[in-house]
Write a protein that binds this ligand. Sequence first.
Ligand code: C5P
Length: 331
Amino acid sequence: MRQERPGGERENRVTVRAPAKLNLQLAVGPPRGDGYHHLVTVFHAVSLFDEITVEPAARDRVTVTGEGADRVPAGRDNLALRAVAALRAEVPGRAPGVRVAITKRIPVAAGLAGGSADAAAALVACNALWGSGLGQAQLVDVAAKVGSDVPFGLLGGTAVGRGRGERLTPALAPATQYHWVLAFAEGQLSTPEVYAALDRLRAREARGDEQPPRHQGGPGGDRPPEATLDAGLMSALRSGDARLVGRTLSNDLQPAALSLCPALRKTLAAGLELGALGALVSGSGPTCAFLAASAKRALDLAVSLSGAGVCRSVARVTGPAPGAAVVPGRP
Ligand code: C5P
């Protein structure tokens, strides 16, 4: 699906934007033995987008500009380059080298799946540039090999994720627009370290050192129960009532993120005191997300939060946002 210019000449550059995500629920089950945990999660894409442009090059390479660019790996570890390689493996023979230019707006290692958004964008962009013609379902299969959150970067909207998060079902819900305030933290958190901290907290709970905050332990006592979808959240989403959604937000990784970054407690408390309908750490953190009752309330909350000195900066976003898509008319 390489774009044609009016004269029939082919575009040799494709620009795609892909959204950040929140997890409205993140239920973490037992470790799987392959380094991952069984999950049930409700992904929600929001209107904070990274943009990537691909064009032919002698060999694959990446440049990164924008928010936190110096902390994004520029070599083979770059998730967008890994996505390019994964797509090439599916379409051998018609996939020459590319230069990938990433413009970051999604903060790095912030629990917003920015790297996954870049990977999803790279898949859509190269599929178009190379004229590979892969459909959404095929791209989702490739995306799952690149990272747990990459398939959702393609899909966008609001969706239930299972497995390690890569098995998606779109959530059927009315076209409600939710208003969020994101509070970005000074530091970063590494996703594997947050999962490891959760395992440690649960091991302590199982030994009886502490009362478990949520999982009471099954008959075996020392193994977290299977993760299950929160029927209350799903019914709140079906009602389109932001107040109900705010009350049913949940994240099993939050205690682990707070144990590594205790200052986030203050951030969450401040947002709730300032009238947020609900608050939670986004994914593995450290970004905190606050649901507001309206665009006006979100603006007030953003202004007050940034004045309260409890975060590095704030952003107002709405959700659900669309998944990775070609930006028409660029460059
Ligand atoms: O799939 P991705 O590379 O984004 O995952 C990053 C890390 O997060 C994994 O290496 C693992 O430590 C942790 N993770 C997990 N269970 C999941 C998803 C991610 O433990 N379902």
